[in-house]
Design a protein around this ligand. Sequence first.
Ligand SMILES: [Zn+2]
Length: 309
Amino acid sequence: MSVPIHPLVSPWGRFGLYSFFLDAPEPAIVDTGVASSPVEGMAPALEQLGRRIEDIRWILLTHGHVDHVGGAHALWELTGRRAEVVLGEADAPLLRSRRAHVDLYLDVRQQYLRDPEGEAAQTVMAAAAISGELEPTVLVRGGEQLDLGGGVTVSVHAVPGHTAGSVAYVVDGQDDVFVGDAVQVHGAANGFPGYADPAAYRTSLRYLRDVVRPRHLYLGHPYRTAAGEPYGVELDAGQAQAALQESLDIEARVSGAASRHLPQQTASPYSPFAGVAEELGYTGDPTLEPSPFFTTMHGYRQEERHTHG
Ligand SMILES: [Zn+2]
Protein backbone atom coordinates (compact mmCIF):
# COMPACT_ATOMS: atom_id res chain seq x y z
CA MET A 1 0.00 0.00 0.00
CA SER A 2 1.22 3.55 -0.56
CA VAL A 3 1.35 5.99 2.31
CA PRO A 4 0.18 9.56 1.60
CA ILE A 5 2.56 12.24 2.93
CA HIS A 6 1.33 15.69 4.00
CA PRO A 7 3.55 18.60 5.08
CA LEU A 8 2.28 20.45 8.17
CA VAL A 9 3.52 24.01 8.71
CA SER A 10 3.67 25.73 12.09
CA PRO A 11 4.58 29.39 12.56
CA TRP A 12 7.65 30.36 14.64
CA GLY A 13 8.90 33.96 14.53
CA ARG A 14 10.34 34.66 11.08
CA PHE A 15 10.25 30.93 10.24
CA GLY A 16 7.66 28.37 9.21
CA LEU A 17 8.48 25.04 10.80
CA TYR A 18 7.79 21.88 8.82
CA SER A 19 6.54 18.57 10.11
CA PHE A 20 5.30 15.73 7.94
CA PHE A 21 2.26 13.55 8.47
CA LEU A 22 2.53 9.93 7.29
CA ASP A 23 -1.02 8.67 6.85
CA ALA A 24 -0.12 5.05 7.70
CA PRO A 25 -2.27 2.50 9.62
CA GLU A 26 -0.29 3.64 12.68
CA PRO A 27 -0.02 7.34 11.78
CA ALA A 28 3.32 9.10 12.19
CA ILE A 29 4.57 12.65 12.38
CA VAL A 30 8.15 13.47 11.40
CA ASP A 31 9.53 16.34 13.55
CA THR A 32 7.49 18.42 15.93
CA GLY A 33 8.40 22.11 15.61
CA VAL A 34 8.41 24.06 18.87
CA ALA A 35 6.21 23.91 21.98
CA SER A 36 3.25 25.65 20.34
CA SER A 37 3.41 23.72 17.03
CA PRO A 38 1.25 20.66 17.86
CA VAL A 39 -1.73 22.78 18.94
CA GLU A 40 -1.26 25.75 16.60
CA GLY A 41 0.03 24.05 13.45
CA MET A 42 -0.48 20.29 13.45
CA ALA A 43 -3.91 19.80 15.02
CA PRO A 44 -5.78 22.18 12.68
CA ALA A 45 -3.91 20.85 9.62
CA LEU A 46 -4.75 17.25 10.53
CA GLU A 47 -8.37 18.22 11.11
CA GLN A 48 -8.46 19.59 7.54
CA LEU A 49 -7.30 16.13 6.40
CA GLY A 50 -10.00 14.43 8.46
CA ARG A 51 -7.43 13.01 10.88
CA ARG A 52 -7.01 13.42 14.66
CA ILE A 53 -3.81 14.31 16.43
CA GLU A 54 -4.61 11.92 19.30
CA ASP A 55 -4.38 9.01 16.84
CA ILE A 56 -0.69 9.65 16.08
CA ARG A 57 1.30 6.54 17.11
CA TRP A 58 4.83 7.46 15.99
CA ILE A 59 6.78 10.65 16.64
CA LEU A 60 9.83 10.38 14.38
CA LEU A 61 12.48 12.97 15.27
CA THR A 62 15.22 13.60 12.70
CA HIS A 63 17.52 15.31 15.20
CA GLY A 64 17.66 17.13 18.51
CA HIS A 65 17.51 20.81 17.55
CA VAL A 66 14.90 22.97 19.30
CA ASP A 67 12.78 23.58 16.19
CA HIS A 68 12.43 19.81 15.61
CA VAL A 69 12.03 18.37 19.13
CA GLY A 70 10.45 21.37 20.88
CA GLY A 71 6.90 20.13 20.31
CA ALA A 72 7.63 16.44 21.03
CA HIS A 73 6.44 16.39 24.66
CA ALA A 74 3.27 18.37 23.84
CA LEU A 75 2.46 16.07 20.91
CA TRP A 76 3.15 12.97 23.03
CA GLU A 77 0.74 14.30 25.67
CA LEU A 78 -1.93 14.90 22.99
CA THR A 79 -1.65 11.22 22.01
CA GLY A 80 -2.36 10.19 25.60
CA ARG A 81 1.34 9.31 25.93
CA ARG A 82 0.73 6.38 23.59
CA ALA A 83 2.96 7.42 20.68
CA GLU A 84 6.45 5.99 20.37
CA VAL A 85 9.07 8.74 20.43
CA VAL A 86 12.02 7.91 18.15
CA LEU A 87 15.33 9.81 18.18
CA GLY A 88 18.99 9.19 17.29
CA GLU A 89 20.89 8.14 20.38
CA ALA A 90 23.57 10.82 20.12
CA ASP A 91 20.92 13.58 20.10
CA ALA A 92 18.84 12.11 22.94
CA PRO A 93 20.35 14.47 25.57
CA LEU A 94 18.66 17.34 23.66
CA LEU A 95 15.23 15.82 24.30
CA ARG A 96 16.02 14.78 27.86
CA SER A 97 17.14 18.21 28.98
CA ARG A 98 16.51 21.83 28.05
CA ARG A 99 19.85 22.70 29.62
CA ALA A 100 21.64 20.57 26.99
CA HIS A 101 20.66 23.19 24.38
CA VAL A 102 22.19 25.97 26.48
CA ASP A 103 25.35 23.89 26.98
CA LEU A 104 25.62 23.29 23.23
CA TYR A 105 25.41 27.04 22.70
CA LEU A 106 28.05 27.73 25.38
CA ASP A 107 30.41 25.03 24.03
CA VAL A 108 30.35 26.27 20.45
CA ARG A 109 28.70 29.53 19.40
CA GLN A 110 29.16 31.56 22.57
CA GLN A 111 32.94 31.66 22.12
CA TYR A 112 32.55 33.50 18.81
CA LEU A 113 29.45 35.60 19.50
CA ARG A 114 30.90 37.00 22.76
CA ASP A 115 27.41 37.98 23.91
CA PRO A 116 27.32 38.24 27.72
CA GLU A 117 23.53 37.90 27.63
CA GLY A 118 23.72 34.81 25.44
CA GLU A 119 23.41 32.18 28.15
CA ALA A 120 20.37 33.89 29.70
CA ALA A 121 18.77 34.36 26.27
CA GLN A 122 19.32 30.70 25.36
CA THR A 123 17.87 29.60 28.70
CA VAL A 124 14.72 31.68 28.11
CA MET A 125 14.49 30.41 24.51
CA ALA A 126 14.80 26.74 25.57
CA ALA A 127 12.16 27.21 28.29
CA ALA A 128 9.70 28.73 25.80
CA ALA A 129 10.38 26.60 22.72
CA ILE A 130 10.65 23.15 24.34
CA SER A 131 7.35 21.78 25.61
CA GLY A 132 8.89 19.32 28.04
CA GLU A 133 11.83 17.08 28.85
CA LEU A 134 11.30 13.52 27.68
CA GLU A 135 13.09 10.19 27.43
CA PRO A 136 12.76 8.82 23.88
CA THR A 137 10.94 5.46 23.87
CA VAL A 138 12.97 4.20 20.89
CA LEU A 139 16.65 5.14 20.59
CA VAL A 140 18.07 4.54 17.12
CA ARG A 141 21.53 4.54 15.54
CA GLY A 142 20.61 3.64 11.94
CA GLY A 143 19.77 0.17 10.60
CA GLU A 144 16.45 -0.19 12.46
CA GLN A 145 13.09 -0.83 10.83
CA LEU A 146 9.88 0.53 12.37
CA ASP A 147 6.53 -1.19 11.78
CA LEU A 148 3.67 1.25 11.12
CA GLY A 149 1.13 -1.53 10.59
CA GLY A 150 -0.56 -2.89 7.46
CA GLY A 151 2.79 -3.87 5.97
CA VAL A 152 4.10 -0.28 6.11
CA THR A 153 7.68 -0.04 7.39
CA VAL A 154 10.07 2.85 7.87
CA SER A 155 13.84 2.30 7.80
CA VAL A 156 16.21 4.41 9.87
CA HIS A 157 19.52 5.58 8.38
CA ALA A 158 22.29 7.40 10.25
CA VAL A 159 23.13 10.72 8.55
CA PRO A 160 25.35 12.52 11.08
CA GLY A 161 26.98 15.87 10.38
CA HIS A 162 24.36 18.58 10.95
CA THR A 163 24.19 17.00 14.42
CA ALA A 164 25.84 13.83 15.71
CA GLY A 165 22.52 12.01 16.07
CA SER A 166 20.83 13.05 12.81
CA VAL A 167 18.88 10.23 11.17
CA ALA A 168 16.85 9.86 7.97
CA TYR A 169 13.54 8.00 7.88
CA VAL A 170 12.70 6.14 4.67
CA VAL A 171 9.25 4.79 3.86
CA ASP A 172 10.23 1.39 2.47
CA GLY A 173 9.09 0.60 -1.05
CA GLN A 174 8.22 4.17 -1.96
CA ASP A 175 11.62 5.72 -1.12
CA ASP A 176 10.16 8.79 0.54
CA VAL A 177 13.07 10.14 2.56
CA PHE A 178 12.83 12.53 5.52
CA VAL A 179 16.17 14.09 6.41
CA GLY A 180 15.35 17.01 8.69
CA ASP A 181 18.35 19.35 8.36
CA ALA A 182 20.91 16.80 7.09
CA VAL A 183 20.82 18.38 3.58
CA GLN A 184 21.62 22.07 3.93
CA VAL A 185 22.28 23.28 0.38
CA HIS A 186 23.05 27.00 1.05
CA GLY A 187 21.33 27.03 4.42
CA ALA A 188 17.89 28.41 5.18
CA ALA A 189 17.06 31.96 6.29
CA ASN A 190 20.62 32.64 7.45
CA GLY A 191 22.18 31.93 4.04
CA PHE A 192 24.92 29.63 5.34
CA PRO A 193 24.90 25.83 5.70
CA GLY A 194 25.04 24.58 9.30
CA TYR A 195 26.83 21.37 10.33
CA ALA A 196 28.81 20.48 13.43
CA ASP A 197 31.00 17.82 11.79
CA PRO A 198 32.07 18.60 8.20
CA ALA A 199 33.53 15.15 7.39
CA ALA A 200 30.43 13.33 8.64
CA TYR A 201 28.18 15.80 6.77
CA ARG A 202 30.04 15.08 3.51
CA THR A 203 29.86 11.30 4.03
CA SER A 204 26.12 11.46 4.80
CA LEU A 205 25.39 13.53 1.68
CA ARG A 206 27.22 11.01 -0.51
CA TYR A 207 25.37 8.14 1.18
CA LEU A 208 22.01 9.82 0.55
CA ARG A 209 22.95 10.59 -3.06
CA ASP A 210 24.45 7.21 -3.99
CA VAL A 211 22.85 4.61 -1.70
CA VAL A 212 19.50 5.92 -0.43
CA ARG A 213 18.67 7.66 -3.73
CA PRO A 214 15.38 9.35 -2.67
CA ARG A 215 12.37 9.18 -4.95
CA HIS A 216 11.03 12.04 -2.85
CA LEU A 217 13.18 14.04 -0.45
CA TYR A 218 11.52 15.95 2.39
CA LEU A 219 13.55 18.78 3.94
CA GLY A 220 13.20 20.40 7.35
CA HIS A 221 13.30 23.94 5.95
CA PRO A 222 12.96 25.57 2.52
CA TYR A 223 16.73 25.65 1.91
CA ARG A 224 18.06 27.95 -0.76
CA THR A 225 20.07 27.54 -3.92
CA ALA A 226 23.19 29.59 -4.72
CA ALA A 227 20.89 32.08 -6.43
CA GLY A 228 18.91 32.49 -3.20
CA GLU A 229 15.85 30.68 -4.56
CA PRO A 230 14.17 28.47 -1.96
CA TYR A 231 13.79 24.81 -2.83
CA GLY A 232 10.42 23.61 -1.69
CA VAL A 233 10.42 21.15 1.21
CA GLU A 234 9.17 18.34 -1.08
CA LEU A 235 11.68 17.44 -3.80
CA ASP A 236 11.24 14.91 -6.59
CA ALA A 237 14.05 12.50 -7.54
CA GLY A 238 15.76 14.94 -9.90
CA GLN A 239 15.55 17.86 -7.50
CA ALA A 240 16.81 15.61 -4.69
CA GLN A 241 19.92 14.65 -6.65
CA ALA A 242 20.49 18.33 -7.51
CA ALA A 243 20.09 19.43 -3.87
CA LEU A 244 22.45 16.70 -2.64
CA GLN A 245 25.06 17.54 -5.28
CA GLU A 246 24.77 21.27 -4.62
CA SER A 247 25.15 20.63 -0.88
CA LEU A 248 28.36 18.68 -1.57
CA ASP A 249 29.68 21.39 -3.92
CA ILE A 250 29.00 24.11 -1.35
CA GLU A 251 30.63 22.08 1.42
CA ALA A 252 33.72 21.70 -0.78
CA ARG A 253 33.89 25.48 -1.29
CA VAL A 254 33.46 26.20 2.43
CA SER A 255 36.07 23.57 3.24
CA GLY A 256 38.53 25.11 0.75
CA ALA A 257 38.05 28.59 2.18
CA ALA A 258 38.36 27.29 5.75
CA SER A 259 41.66 25.60 4.93
CA ARG A 260 43.09 28.77 3.33
CA HIS A 261 42.36 31.14 6.23
CA LEU A 262 43.84 30.53 9.64
CA PRO A 263 41.55 31.72 12.44
CA GLN A 264 42.64 35.14 13.70
CA GLN A 265 41.07 37.66 16.01
CA THR A 266 39.70 40.66 14.10
CA ALA A 267 37.12 43.35 14.77
CA SER A 268 34.81 41.74 12.18
CA PRO A 269 31.50 40.24 13.32
CA TYR A 270 32.79 37.09 11.55
CA SER A 271 35.94 37.08 13.72
CA PRO A 272 38.01 34.86 13.76
CA PHE A 273 36.68 33.62 10.41
CA ALA A 274 36.50 36.98 8.61
CA GLY A 275 38.76 35.71 5.81
CA VAL A 276 36.46 32.77 5.13
CA ALA A 277 33.35 34.97 5.01
CA GLU A 278 35.13 37.34 2.63
CA GLU A 279 36.33 34.59 0.28
CA LEU A 280 32.87 33.00 0.16
CA GLY A 281 31.09 36.34 -0.21
CA TYR A 282 29.01 35.56 2.87
CA THR A 283 27.31 38.75 4.02
CA GLY A 284 24.61 37.29 6.28
CA ASP A 285 24.34 38.36 9.90
CA PRO A 286 26.36 35.80 11.87
CA THR A 287 24.92 37.01 15.19
CA LEU A 288 21.36 35.99 14.25
CA GLU A 289 20.74 32.92 16.35
CA PRO A 290 20.96 30.04 15.72
CA SER A 291 24.13 30.98 13.85
CA PRO A 292 25.03 28.23 11.38
CA PHE A 293 28.15 30.17 10.38
CA PHE A 294 29.88 29.69 13.72
CA THR A 295 28.62 26.12 14.21
CA THR A 296 30.07 25.15 10.83
CA MET A 297 33.35 27.06 11.12
CA HIS A 298 33.90 25.61 14.58
CA GLY A 299 33.48 22.18 12.97
CA TYR A 300 36.29 22.84 10.48
CA ARG A 301 38.45 24.20 13.27
CA GLN A 302 37.98 20.98 15.25
CA GLU A 303 38.73 18.92 12.13
CA GLU A 304 41.95 20.90 11.56
CA ARG A 305 43.02 20.28 15.17
CA HIS A 306 42.41 16.56 14.83
CA THR A 307 44.29 16.35 11.54
CA HIS A 308 47.32 18.33 12.64
CA GLY A 309 47.32 17.62 16.36
ZN1 LIG B 1 18.77 21.47 12.86
